[in-house]
Design a protein around this ligand. Structure first.
Ligand code: F0G
Length: 488
C-alpha cells in the first residue's frame, strides 16, 4: 500500500489547530495513576531523583525519548527474521545498506549505544590538552571528552540561551566565534569540530543547513574534521524543511543526505533515531575508519554486532529507513509545538520555539524564589512528579559537575524536560500534563529547594540522592489533595 504523506497538515473544519496522529495503536500497555500520598513516598525513597523511581509509581513517563519511542509494525516484524551470527550476519549487512541509503556513508561501526560511540571517538581522537568546539555538549559527550583529557568549547549564538525566542535555529554554531577559537588555540589542538543535531540540552533546538555549510567551510579552511552527533537528525532535518527558506518543501531524505555529506563522521544513538537499541559510527573516509575500527571489538563486540542483539540490528536497519518518512518524524515535534504553545498561553515559561524530543520548562523563572544553588530544575521535577505522577528529567545544575574547588558549576539553563517520545502519548495525556503543570504554576510558591546527600563523582544525576531543605513536599501534597479531593 502506498502511503500518502500528510505531514501533520490536515485542516479542521472547526478551525482548531491540533496535531493529528498518522498512526493507530494496536499494542498497548496499561498505566497506573497512584494517589498523591504514594507519589510523595516514592519520590522521597528515590532521593528526589526521578532516575531512581520505579515505573510502578509513574503515570506518564516523560523521562526520555531514549529507547522509548514506539516501534513500527515493520520494525517488530523484522526482529523475527534476524540472522543471528557472531560474525558476518546478514542483518548487519541490512544495517550497512540502510546507512548507505539514508546517511550516504559506506562504513558502519556498530556500538551498543550512543555513549559507546563517544567512547570510541574520544579514545581515537582526543588527547590531553585537546579542545572540541561544538554548538553545545550532551552529558555523556562531555564526560567522555573530559575523561580522555579534553575540554569543550560551546560556541553557540546569543539566541541559544534565550528562553522565548523567535530564532528557528538556536542550535547554530557562531562561525565567527569558531574561527576566532581555532586561531586562538591552533588546529593541532583541535581533533574535530562537533555539531549536535537538534541540540539536546538547550531544548532540542536545530541548526540550519546554511550554518552547517558555513561550519564545513571553516573546517575545510583549517583542515579540521567535522563530526555530526545524529542522535536527533530526523527532527533537525524536519525543522530545516519547515523553517529554512531555501529548503521549504524539500524531502527529508535529501536533507538528511546533505547533512551527512557535510560531515566526515556521523554517529548516533539508535535508541533515539530508530527506537531500537544500539548506535553506530559512520564514515566514508578510509583513514578515519581505520583509526576507530580496532576499538570496536575491544570495547563493544565484533564488527558485525557491536554489542547489540542482532534482533535490535534488524529493528535499527528498518528504523533508519523510516527516518525519511515525515509522518513518523514530525509526530513528536508537532505534539511538542502544541504543548509549548498551550503552556505559553497560560504564562508558563517554556523554551520557544518548540524543539525536538520534549517540552522544556524554564525552572529559573518557574521557581525564581529557589536559589540556583538549591537545584531549581531538580526541585521543579520532583514537585511536578508529586503533582501529576508524570516523570520528567532534570536538565540543569544537578546534571552538571563541580569545579576543582568542589563548587557547583551552574548550568547555563535550568530546565525540566518533559519528553514526548514518538507516537507514545495521546493528546488527552498531553492535556493532562498541561493541566497539572498549570495547577503547579499557580502553587509554585510551595516549591522549595534541595541539597545532595549522596553524590557520585561522575554523571551524578543518574544515581545521586537529594533531600528537601524543608517539609515543602508534604505541604505541596496537602495542597494537591485539597484541590483535587480524591488525591489523584
Ligand atoms: N548524544 C545525544 C545528542 C543524546 O541525546 C544522547 C542520549 C547521547 C548522545 C547518548 O546516547 O543514551 O544511547 O548512550 N540522550 C538520552 C536522553 C539519554 O535522554 O536525552 P545513549
Amino acid at each position: 500500500m502506498e502511503r500518502v504523506i500528510n505531514n501533520g497538515t490536515v485542516k479542521f473544519y472547526n478551525g482548531k489547530q491540533i496535531p493529528l496522529e498518522m498512526h493507530k495503536v494496536r499494542i498497548v500497555q496499561s498505566l497506573n495513576l497512584v494517589p498523591v500520598e504514594r507519589r510523595l513516598e516514592a519520590i522521597k525513597t528515590a532521593g528526589y531523583n526521578t532516575f531512581l523511581l520505579g515505573t510502578e509509581d509513574i503515570f506518564l513517563d516523560m523521562l526520555t525519548d531514549s529507547g522509548t519511542n514506539a516501534m513500527s509494525d515493520n520494525q517488530v516484524s523484522k526482529m523475527f527474521v534476524a540472522d543471528d551470527a557472531y560474525a558476518g550476519s546478514q542483518s548487519f549487512k541490512k544495517l550497512e545498506q540502510s546507512v548507505k541509503d539514508v546517511f550516504g556513508k559506506k562504513y558502519t561501526l556498530p556500538v551498543h549505544q550512543g555513549r559507546a560511540a563517544e567512547n570510541i571517538l574520544s579514545k581515537a581522537f582526543i588527547k590531553e590538552g585537546s579542545f572540541i568546539p561544538m554548538n553545545y555538549h550532551f552529558t555523556t559527550t562531555l564526560a567522555h571528552i573530559e575523561i580522555n583529557g579534553g575540554k569543550i568549547a560551546e560556541l553557540f549564538t546569543p539566541e541559544a540561551m534565550r528562553i522565548k525566542s523567535s530564532d528557528p535555529f538556536k542550535g547554530n554554531i557562531d562561525p565567527a566565534r569558531l574561527e576566532a577559537f581555532i586561531n586562538e588555540h591552533g588546529t593541532e589542538n583541535i581533533p574535530f569540530i562537533r555539531m549536535e543535531a537538534s541540540t539536546n540540552l538547550i531544548g532540542g533546538q536545530p541548526f540550519s543547513l546554511k550554518n552547517m555549510k558555513e561550519i564545513r567551510k571553516i573546517a575545510d579552511k583549517y583542515g579540521l574534521i567535522l563530526i555530526l552527533d545524529a542522535s536527533l537528525i530526523g527532527e533537525n532535518a524536519y525543522f530545516i524543511i519547515n523553517r529554512e527558506k531555501e529548503y521549504l518543501g524539500k524531502s527529508l531524505q535529501s536533507v538528511l543526505l546533505e547533512m551527512c555529506d557535510l560531515s566526515d563522521i556521523v554517529y548516533f544513538s539508535a535508541r533515539k533515531v530508530t527506537s531500537s537499541r544500539g548506535g553506530a559510527i559512520c564514515t566514508n573516509r578510509d583513514d578515519l575508519y581505520s583509526k576507530m575500527k580496532h576499538l570496536v571489538p575491544l570495547y563493544e563486540g565484533f564488527l558485525t554486532y557491536g554489542g547489540i542483539s542482532i534482533r535490535e540490528i534488524e529493528a535499527m536497519a528498518q528504523g533508519l529507513m523510516e527516518t525519511v518518512d515525515p509522518d513518523v518524524v514530525s509526530q513528536s515535534p508537532l505534539f511538542i509545538d502544541y504543548m509549548v504553545k498551550e503552556l505559553d498561553k497560560l504564562g508558563i515559561p517554556v523554551i520557544m520555539p518548540g524543539g525536538a524530543l520534549g517540552c522544556h520548562v524554564d525552572a529559573t523563572q518557574f521557581v525564581s524564589h529557589v536559589p540556583q544553588s538549591q537545584y531549581q530544575a531538580a526541585s521543579l521535577v520532583s514537585a511536578f512528579f508529586i503533582a501529576s505522577g508524570i516523570r520528567g528529567m532534570e536538565r540543569g545544575t544537578m546534571s552538571s559537575t563541580r569545579d576543582e574547588e568542589g563548587n557547583d558549576i551552574f548550568s547555563d539553563l535550568e530546565l525540566m524536560r518533559l519528553a514526548l517520545p514518538r507516537r507514545v502519548f495521546t493528546l488527552s495525556q498531553v492535556e493532562y500534563t498541561i493541566d497539572r503543570l498549570n495547577w503547579l504554576y499557580h502553587n509554585r510558591n510551595l516549591i522549595g529547594g534541595l541539597r545532595f546527600i549522596e553524590e557520585p563523582p561522575v554523571l551524578r544525576f543518574f544515581t545521586g540522592k537529594l533531600e528537601p531543605l524543608s517539609d515543602w513536599p508534604e505541604t505541596l501534597a496537602e495542597a494537591y489533595k485539597k484541590e483535587f479531593g480524591n488525591s489523584r
